[in-house]
Design a protein around this ligand. Structure first.
Ligand code: PEP
Length: 246
């Protein structure tokens, strides 16, 4: 299975998100591709309805770690499940570094997803500072440890997306050889906590031009795409490039 996950972030307005979802209604998705879109929280339920009769999955960009109660502004994994969402991004670097989400919060959100039957897409990745200070491996190992240590995981119950923060939204591409090395390290770390099947994605300035260089790698199970997934033409070109590469 190849995962193509489209993180629309806060790039699209409500109306723009609905318009893009409507255009996607007629797109055919190969059986071995899972296309998932992650609209903003206001738009998600309506996009889910629009895509109900398609193979396209809908996910949340973020969820609260608590199931219900007096948590102003929060949306739980149970509510996400109730409207039929399948996935949730957890620990995206924009949540970690702009909204100060810690590894502890990320872990609680993973557990909340498990409790509700949502598949968390756990984002990990080093910052430019980590790279410059030689802390790349340390950062990755720590994020994986905090996410997985002592966690009981079933096959495909959790997905990990390796997203070097310096490559997100910057146009700076992580060289495929670099992705191979990091994915090898990440798989080894995952293996030290669980024998379960954990799909491993790559994310960071992926577009129609470079997507094949990542998905053709044996160690890459799919891609998490931000900017290039927010316009119909660029998303369709990316999907087309994936299909042509088969
Ligand atoms: C992302 O939002 O996870 C991402 C990888 O963004 P972009 O593709 O724009 O770098």
């Amino acid at each position: 299975m190849t995962y193509i996950f489209a993180n629309w972030k806060m790039y699209l307005t409500h109306k723009e998100g609905l318009a893009l979802a409507r255009k996607l209604q007629t797109v055919s998705i190969p059986d071995d591709v899972t296309l998932g879109v992650f609209p903003n929280m206001i738009t998600t339920a309506a996009v889910k309805e629009l895509l109900e009769d398609t193979a396209i999955q809908v996910g949340a960009q973020n969820l609260a770690w608590t199931p219900a109660g007096a948590y102003t502004g929060a949306v739980s994994a149970f509510i996400a499940k109730e409207i039929g969402l399948s996935y949730a991004l957890v620990g995206h670097s924009e949540r970690r570094y702009i909204f100060a989400e810690t590894n502890t919060v990320v872990r609680k959100k993973i557990e909340a997803c498990f409790d509700s039957g949502i598949t968390p897409v756990v984002c990990i990745g080093e910052t430019t500072k980590d790279l410059e200070e030689g802390n790349r491996e340390y950062r990755i190992k720590k994020q994986i440890m905090k996410a997985l240590e002592g966690l009981s995981v079933k096959d495909n119950q959790l997905i990990i997306a390796y997203e070097p923060v310096w490559a997100i939204g910057t146009g700076k591409q992580c060289a495929p050889q670099d992705v191979i090395e990091m994915h090898t390290l990440i798989r080894k770390e995952i293996k030290s906590y669980t024998d379960a099947e954990v799909p491993l994605l790559y994310g960071g300035s992926v577009d129609a031009q470079n997507v094949v260089s990542y998905i053709k790698l044996d160690c890459v199970d799919g891609v998490l795409v931000g900017g290039a997934s927010t316009h119909y033409d660029s998303l369709i070109s990316l999907l087309g490039a994936v299909q042509e590469s088969r």
